[in-house]
Design a protein around this ligand. Structure first.
Ligand code: DGY
Length: 423
């Protein structure tokens, strides 16, 4: 792509600036390694100016897949003491150090998007063909280890897995996570970003207790679900996985891999049916389920709106579009319903707008025929960039840029939103 739009030019500059050759850091300082879902969404931006580089981003991530199929949420390629918790805390024993938990499985969707829109067809086919069994192994791992009773939906066992670290969704279940006995630590995130806009110390204590607990179990991913006091079924996380399963099934079919296609088609169908149990008529959106109690969690977060990314029933997509409209925030889509007294416009995932979730919600709503709602999210996202630059997240009421600056996936999403508007 020739970067004619001034916004596209800045977006491309940011992506190149954060590019470390075969992977991209989310932003300098705050996040100096490769993050799983960041990378997959980053590739969608890179495709606009360098298709080959976009494939490499995802290949690098999968080069660090664990033998069990799990794809870790962080790959610590190069030593950097600017981030905590670093490789010595995780201590997963991998040849190149990684964390020991995973993140939203957006890779299958990203592959499909790269493949469908590729101009170099031969390269796209060769590179997808090599990645297909790896992504399929990850999906298989999810259902084997995170859905042990075969309910059709997977649980996260650490809030960092959702990517929505400090969402209000986790507050009640998180109370069950103890903090006794954790090693003393110094946070580094609050040296790079305003502590008022980051998770609290009480939350960090629990994040670390879970890490130390899983580490004490030798990072055996077959044991961690049952051993975790935190098991939450997040509709957004599941919708991303189910969309990825459906997209991977389509790719497998196109490339003559019928067994992988059938397996992923079945995961998607079973999961979509199970997702219905999380629908809330009262909130007009899906809610998280607490697997340890079996109860729905009364928290209207963006996780339940993100469910629109999967092929949910059209009436559900319509209700989600209406719920977003009813938020009435100046910028869409707040990560928590502004009418909820727990809403916090500036604190990370308890209110601020994130462009990556906007992108996935807009994509899903457009597919479901909610084109006006999708266009409104796209426009609002670009307005935010015009007004406030390429931040990590934004206050939905004022547009104030928050968290890290010159943020990679924000830049990638801008290139995608610009393409959506052109289309
Ligand atoms: C962090 O450190 O803030 C991350 O979100 C954990 O992956």
């Amino acid at each position: 792509m020739t970067a004619q739009d001034p916004l596209a030019k800045i977006a491309e500059d940011i992506l190149r600036e954060n590019d470390r050759g075969s992977y991209t850091v989310p932003t300098k300082g705050l996040y100096p390694f490769q993050w799983n879902w960041d990378s997959c969404l980053t590739a969608l931006g890179q495709r606009h100016y360098d298709e080959a580089r976009a494939w490499t981003e995802i290949e690098t991530l999968f080069a660090h897949q664990w033998p069990c199929g799990m794809v870790p949420h962080i790959i610590f390629h190069l030593y950097d003491d600017g981030y905590f918790p670093g490789p010595e805390v995780w201590s997963t024993g991998r040849p190149v150090p990684t964390s020991g938990i995973t993140q939203p499985a957006v890779a299958g969707f990203a592959l499909r998007r790269l493949f469908d829109r590729a101009s170099n067809r031969a390269e796209a086919e060769a590179r997808v063909r090599a990645l297909l069994p790896k992504v399929a192994a990850w999906h298989r791992w999810f259902f084997a280890t995170r859905d042990p009773k075969g309910e059709g939906l997977v649980a996260i066992i650490h809030p960092w897995e959702s990517g929505r670290d400090n969402s209000i969704d986790w507050d009640v279940s998180f109370e069950r996570v103890p903090t006794e006995g954790i090693a003393p630590y110094t946070r580094r995130d609050t040296q790079h970003a305003n502590p008022e806009h980051r998770p609290t110390k009480a939350q960090y204590d629990r994040y670390l207790w879970l890490v130390e607990h899983f580490r004490s179990l030798g990072w055996d991913t077959a044991k961690l679900h049952d051993a975790s006091p935190f098991q939450v079924v997040d509709p957004g996380f599941n919708a991303i996985l189910l969309r990825a399963c459906a997209d991977l099934a389509d790719l497998a079919e196109a490339l003559g891999e019928p067994a992988l296609a059938a397996e992923n088609r079945a995961f998607a169908a079973r999961g979509l049916a199970a997702l219905e149990r999380l629908w809330s008529v009262e909130h007009g959106q899906y809610l998280c389920g607490d697997r340890t109690t079996g109860a729905l969690i009364d928290s209207a977060s963006v996780g339940g709106l993100l469910a629109a990314f999967a092929a949910i029933p059209p009436a559900r997509a319509q209700a989600i579009a209406a719920s977003i409209e009813a938020h009435g925030a100046r910028f869409r889509v707040p990560s928590h319903a502004p009418a909820d007294p727990r809403f916090d416009a500036k604190r990370y995932w308890r209110g601020p707008v994130w462009l990556v979730v906007n992108y996935m919600i807009a994509d899903g709503l457009a597919r479901a025929g909610q084109t006006a709602a999708a266009a409104a999210i796209t426009r609002s996202s670009l307005d935010l960039i015009h007004e406030s630059g390429f931040a990590e997240y934004y206050d939905p009421t004022t547009g104030e840029p928050l968290g890290g600056g010159r943020f990679t996936w924000t830049a990638a999403m801008v290139l995608e939103f610009l393409a959506m508007e052109r289309a």
